[in-house]
Design a binder for this molecule. Structure first.
Ligand code: BGC
Length: 249
């Protein structure tokens, strides 16, 4: 079953048509720069650009960088605060005339990795962290997802949240070397390990592609692996999410 998977991020909105049976992208990824300010209307218009580009009128799954409870946006760390309280499924479905289902972006990445990637068949506690503009997290136990964990907002160091200390955007902003950033990120993973004791930690998002550059700084006992889908996990997982919601409907 083909579904348009979209990953809405702080800097880019990326989409591709996904074969949800195999987890493969059947088209190239297409990327639009996230409009600034990223208001609900502006992002909905960008999504319409994407569905128009793909000449798409089928199901759409959208990974979105916020806690989303029953389709409603609850937080806004890296998006316009006016998103809070928005019924995203309705906004995007109306704007694109396609049935859209929205899910937290890290949850989407986790769904992809647990279905087709590094976490496939894993029955233990799995933590996936997406490293990008923000730090997104998702937890699984016995393959079941606990939605909307916002553990990138945990207070970590000098009164800063983990996201403000160790996101990839901080590495870029402060011109940290991969080694310097890796040490920061390790502080975060150590805290996650002390609180949740994951058996497996999967890293997604942009920085997952550079895993070998900071792997040596990671000292946690859990097995740490880059996502099989690297930073495409969000697109694939969003499509899988839409498929599951559409079956429920
Ligand atoms: C948001 C999360 C999101 C993460 C990654 C955080 O700032 O609060 O909902 O998953 O960024 O985009």
């Amino acid at each position: 079953m083909l579904i348009l998977g979209v990953d809405i991020g702080g800097s880019g909105i990326k989409g591709a048509i996904v074969d949800t049976v195999t987890g493969e992208l059947v088209t190239e990824r297409y990327r639009i720069v996230t409009p600034q300010p990223a208001t609900p209307t502006a992002v909905a218009e960008a999504l319409l650009q994407l569905t128009t580009y793909f000449n798409w009128n089928g199901l759409v799954g959208c990974g979105f960088p916020a806690a989303i409870q029953h389709g409603i946006v609850r937080t806004a760390a890296n998006i316009a605060p006016s998103f809070i309280g928005t019924q995203l499924d309705t906004l995007f479905s109306d704007a694109t005339q396609c049935r859209c289902y929205c899910v937290n972006d890290a949850d989407a990445a986790g769904i992809a990795e647990m279905t087709f990637g590094e976490g496939r068949g894993h029955q233990g506690v799995v933590l996936l962290v997406t490293i990008g503009t923000g730090l997104g997290t998702v937890l699984f136990s016995e393959g079941k997802l606990l939605p909307n964990t916002e553990l990138g907002h945990l207070y970590l160091k000098n009164g800063k949240t983990a996201e403000r200390y160790a996101a990839d955007s901080v590495r870029k902003l402060k011109h940290l070397s991969w080694r310097q950033w890796g040490k920061r990120f390790n502080t975060y993973l150590a805290q996650m390990e002390a609180l949740f004791w994951p058996d497996l930690i999967i890293l997604g998002g942009g920085a997952s592609k550079k895993f070998s550059k900071y792997q040596e700084q990671l000292t946690v006992a859990a097995v740490v692996k880059p996502a099989v889908f690297l930073n495409q996990a969000g697109i694939v997982g969003a499509a899988l999410y839409a498929r599951s919601k559409n079956t429920e409907a």
